[in-house]
Design a protein around this ligand. Structure first.
Ligand code: ZN
Length: 239
């Protein structure tokens, strides 16, 4: 049986929301989710220390990704430190909150170079504003064809069709389903096949009962469903 893995979860505190590693594990325990990818909220000052602490506490349940602000001069070093010293599996970027274009060569290429070299995945907020629109992902997927790149929110709302088109064109570009409605997810699965679609919830902003109802309707194919809710990210991260 493939694992059930939630590929998008935040730890930390921000106005209106907070979540610890223990909170997250309690949530996934209650609904039969095996593992959860976790990274920090990136509003304001943040560090990757809480991710390390949660990983130390729950190494079999939580999958650590670092987050960095590319404007910080030590951002690439921080990614390297998290992966090499701490065993992190990926990198999260948020172009809108931290204020950069995903395809900005000076700011972002050094981070993708580290990802390429160390063999980790990159997940990026992809909710179709100018800083993180699907063409920005297309540029990066082509510039770094060996880096698995996940578009969180799959271009929702206005750019889902573009997101699907670019994911079709780029073998390393995947669409992650958090916050996206079921019609758009069904379309992505039909157009791309289930192996390019990855389930994530964006917890703590999650209602798992709703999430499972949604994802059960993503495809009629049992193997496809298993791939979407865990198998794909398990393969990409070599878990
Ligand atoms: Zn998120």
């Amino acid at each position: 049986m493939a694992l059930v893995i939630d590929a998008h979860n935040h730890l930390g505190i921000r106005p209106g929301a907070r979540q610890t590693g223990a909170d997250l594990v309690a949530k996934i325990d209650a609904v039969g989710v095996d593992k959860a990818v976790m990274f920090p909220f990136v509003e304001g000052n943040f560090t990757n220390d809480p991710i390390k602490e949660a990983f130390d506490q729950f190494p079999d349940r939580l999958i650590p990704f670092c987050a960095v602000n590319p404007w910080q001069p030590d951002a690439a070093d921080e990614v390297r430190r998290c992966v090499v010293d701490w065993g992190f599996k990926g990198l999260k970027l948020h172009p809108t909150i931290n204020g950069f274009h995903l395809s900005d060569p000076a700011l972002v290429d050094p981070l993708f170079q580290v990802a390429d070299e160390l063999g980790i995945a990159v997940i990026v907020h992809g909710a179709s504003d100018l800083l993180n629109s699907p063409p920005e992902f297309d540029i990066m997927a082509k510039r770094f064809p060996n880096v698995p790149l996940l578009m969180a929110h799959m271009g929702f709302f206005w750019s889902v069709d573009q997101a699907i088109a670019f994911a079709k064109e780029n073998p390393n570009l995947y669409l992650e389903t958090s916050r996206a409605p079921i019609f758009e997810i069904q379309t992505a699965v039909r157009e791309l096949g289930p192996e390019k679609v990855i389930w994530g919830t964006d917890s703590p902003f999650v209602d798992y009962e709703w999430e499972f109802k949604k994802m059960e309707r993503a495809t009629d194919d049992a193997d496809g469903y298993a791939a979407i809710v865990g198998g794909n990210i398990e393969r990409i991260l070599k878990l």
